[in-house]
Design a protein around this ligand. Structure first.
Ligand code: FAD
Ligand code: FES
Length: 282
């Protein structure tokens, strides 16, 4: 059993949990993820390592379906049945480069640990955070500390530049010699944003989030296509060369269990609060 030591909302439908998990915290590196199972018979869900501190690990998640809604109800002192990890390959960290870390939406969760790791390895780090609206721009202070420079963008112009993170990235690579870029966010955002660096020939990594089940390379559910080859995101990734990723295939597979997920969420709402599940819950 793993004890929750901190649980707090960060924004609308976005929550942070700090969990006591010494074996994970001591070994986790930027780019890796955990698989969490809240209770016996519960779904196993992958969440990125957002921060580590002594024997604690932080995850940040958006409530999208039944399991993330259950996690959002946890309070300090509650326990989680399984925290498996760290899983996946750590980010490949260069040194002496100018690196850009672009986070979109809840993908921002994994940006500070990556930015910090890059900086500690002697890189100059430029951060770009993008979200739909100001309230969803999480972890701004942590990123300001972790990066040499930080730019913000919101779709509705309520904070930072009015526009997308991709627009800011375009301006940055036009004004600075950039060596490597990481883009972490929803699949469509990673697809669009990585086009900015394709023509400039800048090495670009994206962190892929296909459906995962076992997280150990055995079940095949997380298969993605990169440079025309099948790769398993849980063991070969989750970070891959952005310019080789077949994003349309990824997005199609992410919708594979849509009906089952909808039923599970309706069941969660019906049993927990008696509503139809069509309302939004934080
Ligand atoms: C390596 C990795 C790291 C991730 N890190 C984060 C994170 O830090 N924060 C965050 O909010 N989300 C993260 N996700 C996505 C997160 O795992 C899903 O949001 C979660 O599993 C949804 O579960 P649910 O039961 O609440 O929703 P469901 O109703 O079951 O699903 C809602 C949507 O979530 C996705 N999803 C569902 N089950 C899985 C699964 N087993 N594996 C992957 N995706 C799934 C699908 O796109 C689905 O349509 C990550 C996914 C991967 C693969
Ligand atoms: S999650 Fe099963 S092979 Fe990757």
């Amino acid at each position: 059993m793993y004890r929750v030591v901190e649980a707090r909302p960060l924004a609308d439908r976005v929550h942070a949990l700090v969990i006591e998990a010494p074996h994970v915290a001591r070994n986790a590196k930027a780019g890796q993820f955990l698989i969490i199972r809240k209770e016996p018979g519960g779904e196993r869900i992958p969440l990125t390592v957002s921060a580590v501190d002594d024997d604690r690990v932080r995850v940040i998640f958006m409530t999208v379906g039944a399991t993330t809604h259950q996690l959002a109800e946890l309070q300090p002192g509650d326990t989680i049945l399984d925290v498996a990890g760290p899983l996946g390959r750590p980010s490949e960290i260069p040194s002496g480069e100018t690196c850009v870390v672009v986070g979109g939406g809840v993908g921002i969760a994994s940006c500070p640990i990556l930015a910090r790791t890059l900086r500690e390895a002697g890189n100059r780090v430029i951060g770009i955070l993008g979200a739909r609206t100001a309230e969803l721009l999480i972890l701004e202070d942590e990123m300001r500390t972790a990066c040499d420079e930080l730019y913000l963008a919101t779709d509705d112009g309520t904070k930072g530049r009015h526009g997308f993170a991709a627009d800011v990235l375009k301006e940055v690579i036009e004004s600075v010699q950039v060596d490597s870029v990481w883009i972490i966010g929803p699949a469509i955002m990673m697809k669009v944003t990585s086009e900015v660096t394709r023509t400039a020939g800048i090495r670009t990594w994206v962190s892929l989030n296909p459906i995962m089940v076992d997280g150990t390379g055995m079940c095949g559910s997380c298969r993605v296509i990169v440079n025309g080859e099948v790769r398993f995101a849980c063991v070969d990734g989750p970070e891959f060369d952005a310019h080789g990723v077949d994003f349309d295939h990824l997005m199609q597979r992410q919708r594979f269990y849509f009906e089952e997920e909808r039923h599970a969420l309706e069941h969660h709402h019906a049993t927990r609060c008696g509503c139809s599940g069509e309302e939004r819950h934080g």
